[in-house]
Write a protein that binds this ligand. Structure first.
Ligand code: PLP
Length: 404
């Protein structure tokens, strides 16, 4: 008899978004006249910028001509894309990351989820609480955790690092030393960002303890304040302890096109083994590359025009974030995030739970957000709103919340 991977049975199911969907469906059936505004989604809404569309068209045409047709992409991705990433995302910021250290993929979710495969099963994993669920669930599937404890909302054998108002939603260095540390800044769901000195402390901690940091910088393009680190490689010693993930999804609206990359420095090693060759082996064995046309589209993001258009799009979303942040503050809410990230993290009023606030917002303002408790127990009494809606619907949503 074929056996299943029983680790999958430890997963409680994607309760959060199915529960939200069910509640919203029931509410609209009972109130067909209500115009519901969704500020819970983590997906972009603005179209791909013209320069990227032009690059896509050109690349499609190339695929239709014998002399410019391309089949399988090179293992690490096309050099034209890796070169421009190395130059613009790293060297321009003083980080010595070469094109050879960049692995192109179809997005950060796969890479964040798959990276754990190159590490042993006995590694102790640390994650933030609240957390983007992929880091935890992929380790559960691999068997690196214990059972799910419904009482605590946590998996056994995982080090959870609470991110609270007291620590500014940036975790403290854990007392129990993890082997693998997932960090994500700017953060989903809290919208918090980490300062360079604080990130340097993490890098020093990892190097001191022989831990590896898995750094998710999917929202790097949203950083607006001048001194915040865009990459972990801005810290001294990060090449010896960190892997970084990036995505074109929120930077340039590629959620439907799919493009991202992972950086592994050539000298990075643990347990006496270099990690670059392991990931190269994994990549080459299980993955056949992001499509040529999408990699050309990614390259266009770095052109002068592409860069300007993408910047305008990000400003549009961050204009929404500011409207939400200012509006909710003026209405007396305790809010954070929204300055260097497209997420606004608000404290639910009084002793209301995240789900009670969800119901209240849906019923009284017809606005949908995401209950913070869905991202981990430390998210209880918090609520996430996103800046990815249209300007009109964002304004309308905030005005409705203010009238509640
Ligand atoms: N990392 C974080 C923190 C995210 O919030 C997301 C998407 O929501 C991703 C990674 C996934 O990015 P991609 O679309 O490139 O797979």
């Amino acid at each position: 008899m074929a056996k299943v991977n029983k680790n999958y049975l430890k997963l409680p199911g994607s309760y959060l978004f199915s529960a939200i969907g069910k509640k919203v469906r029931e509410f609209s059936e009972a109130n067909p006249e209500a115009s519901i505004i969704r500020l819970g989604i983590g997906d972009v809404t603005q179209p791909i910028v013209p320069t990227v569309i032009e690059a896509l068209h050109n690349a499609v045409d190339e695929m239709g001509r014998a002399e410019s047709f391309r089949g399988y992409a090179p293992d690490l991705g096309y050099e034209f894309l890796r070169d421009v990433i190395s130059r613009e995302d790293y060297k321009a910021r003083g980080c010595e990351i070469s094109a050879d250290e960049i692995f192109i993929s179809d997005g950060a979710k796969c890479d964040c989820g798959n990276i754990q495969e190159i590490f042993g099963i006995s590694n102790r994993v640390a994650v933030c609480d609240p957390v983007y669920p992929v880091y935890v669930d992929s380790n559960v599937m691999a068997g690196r955790t214990g059972a799910y404890n419904a009482q605590t909302g946590r998996f056994d054998n995982v080090i959870y690092m609470p991110c609270t108002a007291e620590n500014g939603f940036v975790p403290d260095l854990p007392e129990e030393v993890p082997d693998l540390i997932y960090l994500c800044f700017p953060n989903n769901p809290t919208g918090a960002v980490i300062t360079r000195p604080k990130l340097q402390k993490w890098v020093d901690y990892a190097n001191r303890n022989n831990s590896i940091i898995l750094y998710d910088a999917a929202y790097e393009a949203y950083i607006a304040e001048p001194d915040m680190p865009h990459s972990i490689y801005e810290c001294d010693g990060a090449r010896e302890c960190a892997i970084e993930f990036r995505s074109f999804s929120k930077t340039a609206g590629f959620t439907g096109l799919r493009l991202g990359y992972t950086v592994i420095p050539l000298e990075l090693e643990t347990d006496g083994v270099k990690l670059w060759p392991l990931w190269a082996r994994r990549h080459g064995t299980k993955y056949n590359g992001a499509p040529y046309i999408i990699q050309r589209a990614g390259e266009a993001v770095y052109s002068e025009k592409g860069r300007q258009q993408v910047r305008e799009q990000i400003s549009y979303y961050m204009g929404n974030a500011k409207y939400i942040l200012d509006g909710l503050k003026s209405a007396g809410y305790e809010v954070s995030g929204g300055v260097n990230a497209p997420y606004i993290w608000l404290r639910t009023p009084g002793s209301m739970t995240s789900w009670e606030f969800f119901d209240e917002l849906l019923m009284r303002a017809n606005v949908v957000g995401t209950p913070g408790s869905g991202f981990g127990p430390s998210g209880e009494h918090y609520f996430r709103l996103t800046a990815f809606g249209s300007r009109e619907s964002t304004i309308e949503a905030v005005d409705r919340i203010k009238r509640m």
